[in-house]
Design a protein around this ligand. Structure first.
Ligand code: ZN
Length: 54
């Protein structure tokens, strides 16, 4: 069980990590609109690349 890798669908890819990082930076800079942008982009990316839009 513990040796089982995460399902491929939810495995973070480079784009996920970049959006994650950018959102963290935006939050640190209290840039609310940019933070929202990152969240929207990631949502869109998840739906398109990871099939997690439902
Ligand atoms: Zn991704």
């Amino acid at each position: 069980m513990s040796a089982r890798p995460e399902p491929e669908l939810t495995e973070p890819c480079r784009t996920c990590e970049e959006l994650d990082h950018e959102e963290a930076v935006a939050r640190a800079q209290r840039d609310g609109s940019r933070e929202t942008d990152c969240r929207v982009l990631r949502r869109r990316h998840l739906a398109a690349e990871h099939g997690d839009g439902a």
